[in-house]
Design a binder for this molecule. Structure first.
Ligand code: NAD
Ligand code: DAU
Length: 337
């Protein structure tokens, strides 16, 4: 494996993944990213000029563009997606275009170009649906029971990958990961939103009663899992990745308040997300066994680093908040802007 096409490399996880690749490997990396509202070229600007790195602005649904880019490529790592559940509830269209159609275009072009592989598809724990508190964590052979338009579009992509493996023998590897946090996360997601609101003295909008549970993983641990799956994964396999760190949303928010020394009174319980999944939890034993991978950063350490990163990069998020995201942010999170 020499040449890798990474899609969505200007988003949160893709940025961290490309940084890891360029730091720890000598693959030639092409980053294809449409630069949607969530894609920020600033994230990776310091990599421009790196001899192993090329950036191409474009969409994964663009067959002609993708077909040209596949020439000479060995592996693909597909991060490109519409990723925010709340947006999918408002308008599912872009989620179908990118997450479903775009994935199929990548699979077709990969096969037509005769790439050796693997085709690493980055998926999510949300495809499994929601767990009751007493149920065991998701395993790779659980049924797919997605509940939001976002997770339904991701499950569709997983099934298209499975079909490519079964029908054409395309060497597809799927990773399904739990909730990530860390540097460069777009401030619509829970953790960066709460950090920024805390810093700015704004209310912290907690959906419902704050008791929904997510399994939190530091983004670098996720990226290392994707890299391990790319290098050691078996074609046609799925690997769960997760942080083994289940927390209720309210506990996450309280951690942020503590780290920033802010009062609990900033919390505001707001209307719940429709169809809000109660709990996610991952059984990661297959990845531990087959990929020799396990998460390394505990939640306290990861959160200290993350809070420090947002404090040290105020210009990064202030530019986002004062740009095109401003009206969305104001509509959803109200006052103060
Ligand atoms: P993100 O929204 O921060 O970034 C998505 C990136 O994809 C952006 O750079 C955007 O410009 C790009 N993109 C969107 N549509 C595109 C298109 N049509 N063509 C090319 N590029 C396009 O997302 P993220 O949080 O970094 O998530 C990356 C991947 O990981 C997604 O597939 C997501 O489903 C998956 N995932 C995310 C998490 C998480 O907690 N954030 C957890 C598990 C899995
Ligand atoms: O589980 C993996 C998934 O994690 C990824 O596939 C998605 O791309 C990613 O967006 C994330 O989905 P969630 O819906 O879990 O993340 P979000 O940050 O939107 O919300 C986390 C939890 O916090 C969820 O229970 C909803 C709640 N929440 C979120 C926001 C934005 C709030 O209570 N208040 C908020 O303002």
């Amino acid at each position: 494996m020499e040449k890798i096409l990474v899609t969505g490399g200007c988003g949160f996880i893709g940025t961290n993944f490309i940084r890891l690749l360029l730091r720890e490997r000598d693959y030639k990396v092409t980053n294809l990213d449409a630069l949607t509202y969530a894609g920020n070229p600033e994230n990776i600007r310091d990599m421009e000029g790196h001899p192993c790195y090329t950036f191409i602005k474009g969409r994964i649904e663009d067959h002609d563009l993708v077909s040209g880019l596949m020439e000479g490529v060995d592996a693909v790592v597909n991060f490109a997606a519409e990723s925010h559940v709340d947006r999918s509830i408002k308008n599912a269209g872009p989620f179908i275009n990118t997450n479903v159609l775009g994935t199929q275009v990548l699979l077709d072009c990969f096969r037509q170009a005769g790439c050796s592989g693997p085709f690493l598809h980055v998926s999510t724990d949300e495809v499994y649906g929601s767990l009751k508190m007493e149920e065991p964590p998701f395993r790779e052979d659980n049924l797919l029971k997605p509940n939001s338009p976002y997770s339904a579009s991701k499950a569709s992509a997983d099934l298209l990958c499975r079909a490519a493996w079964k029908t054409f023998g395309t060497p597809v590897v799927i990773t399904r990961c739990s909730n990530n946090y860390g540097p460069y996360q777009f401030p619509e997601k829970l953790i960066p939103l709460m950090i920024i609101n805390c810093v700015e003295g704004r209310r912290l909008p907690v959906y419902g009663n704050g008791m929904n549970v997510r399994d939190w993983i530091y983004v670098e641990d996720h990226c290392k899992g994707v890299l391990a799956a790319m290098e050691k994964g078996s074609p046609g396999s799925v690997y769960n990745l997760g942080g083994n760190c289940e927390l209720a949303n309210i506990e996450v928010v309280e951690t942020i308040l503590r780290l920033l020394g802010k009062p609990r009174e900033l919390i505001e319980f707001v209307k719940d997300r429709p169809g809000h999944d109660r709990r996610y939890a991952m059984d990661t034993s297959r990845a531990e066994r087959k990929l020799s991978w396990s998460p390394e950063i505990d939640f306290e350490t990861g959160m200290e680093r993350t809070v420090r990163w947002y404090l040290d990069h105020r210009q990064w998020w202030r530019r986002i908040l004062s740009g095109q995201y401003r009206s969305y942010y104001r509509e959803h999170y109200g006052r103060g802007l």
